[in-house]
Ligand binder design. Structure first.
Ligand SMILES: NC(=O)c1ccc[n+]([C@@H]2O[C@H](COP(=O)([O-])OP(=O)(O)OC[C@H]3O[C@@H](n4cnc5c(N)ncnc54)[C@H](OP(=O)(O)O)[C@@H]3O)[C@@H](O)[C@H]2O)c1
Length: 322
């Protein structure tokens, strides 16, 4: 099969031919039609992701396609099923192996390109906001990096859960994308002070919940923008800087900082992840979620696709077609 391979951590990606991966019990083989691109892939191939696979490795954490082989013990899935799946690497290839628990059948109306970018971003934001942060209707939610992969889904899910959503992003075009996806207010953090604007928009109180995939200075601004008794959901560090948290501020403001990694829940509580994605699919069918794929590239251009994310040129999802 054709596959994108990372020969060593930090080395350039190569398009190459490999034997198809072996199929184990409880797994299915999928002919990949499209694969979603995530910021985490850039960390994975640099050896900086929290879950490490020894190189040579195939990147790619989510995909959509057709089941072509079913492993021993698999129930409820069959060859020919159109599916999407989350995987720990392996999606940037013509064939991928996924655990049955990580595979979801697609409704006919959901195309492969849209589905390929669905599980990680919507899964992360739905489980994070509903289960981890327990976001309630009427609360104020600030979403940082709101035009990015996970950020834009957090905007939509925040709105679907009945929150007042304030989107922050770098530049007016990105802020507009978040507004187009339902955010009630936007802050361009290249030009405006996050704390001042959040305080203005909340009558001086601050946000009840903050969703932060950016880290660094943006996280520091969150600490100063959160309402007393508020919750900050730590999603990631796209800025490259892992925040250090002064515990005195947490104490004085009664702030809860919630560490959260969606991928871990695929093993910790697969039923919770499946229920969460099932609700996302329902909301998609009802028109509450409008996945935004800003660019599709052929598999061979995986390196260029990752560069779009690293250079902050991407919005919503970038998807590779196979
Ligand atoms: N905890 C979890 O379970 C989980 C799940 C999925 C993703 N994540 C993490 O969430 C973060 C975002 O992932 P993603 O796939 O949504 O990425 P993405 O689509 O590239 O979005 C990242 C956003 O971060 C902002 N950003 C700020 N500084 C940046 C920089 N130096 N380089 C790149 N982007 C920068 C960009 O928005 P502006 O230009 O508007 O600032 C961009 O839209 C990553 O750290 C990823 O590892 C965590």
């Amino acid at each position: 099969m054709r596959a994108i391979v990372c020969p060593a951590f930090g080395s350039p990606l190569e398009l190459t031919h490999l034997p198809a991966p072996a199929l184990g019990a409880g797994q299915v083989r999928i002919a990949v039609a499209a694969a979603g691109v995530n910021f985490a892939d850039t960390l994975f191939i640099a050896g900086k992701y929290q879950e490490k696979v020894a190189p040579p490795l195939i990147p790619g954490m989510e995909l959509a396609g057709t089941i072509i082989e079913v492993g021993e013990g698999v129930t409820g899935l069959a060859t020919g099923d159109r599916v999407m799946a989350a995987v720990t690497g392996g999606a940037f290839a013509e064939e991928a192996i996924a655990a049955q628990t990580d595979v979801i059948r697609l409704p006919d109306q959901l195309d492969f390109v849209t589905a390929a970018g669905f599980p990680v971003a919507y899964g992360t934001s739905h489980l994070g906001l509903k289960h981890k942060a327990a976001l309630r209707p009427g609360e104020t939610l600030v979403v940082h990096g709101a035009a990015g992969g996970v950020g834009l889904t957090a905007v939509e899910i925040g709105v679907a859960l009945g929150a007042q959503v304030i989107a922050t992003a770098g530049g007016p075009d990105k802020v507009q994308i978040a507004l187009d996806h339902g955010a009630h207010h936007g802050i361009d953090y290249k030009a405006e002070d996050i704390r001042e604007r959040v305080k203005d928009l909340t009558g001086g109180r601050g946000a009840d919940v903050i969703y932060d995939p950016v880290g660094g200075a943006v996280f520091d601004a969150s600490l100063r923008s959160i309402a007393p008794d508020g919750r900050i959901l730590v999603i990631g560090f796209a800025s490259g800087t892992v925040p250090q948290i002064p515990a005195n501020i947490l104490l004085v403001k009664n702030v809860t900082v919630i560490g959260y990694w969606w991928g871990a829940y695929r093993k910790l509580n697969p039923a919770l992840v499946r229920d969460s994605l099932a609700e996302c699919m329902e909301w998609w069918a009802e028109g509450k979620l409008k996945p935004h794929v800003s660019k599709t590239l052929p598999l061979a251009d995986a390196a260029a696709a990752l560069e779009l994310l690293k250079s902050r040129a991407a919005t919503g999802k970038v998807v590779l077609t196979v």
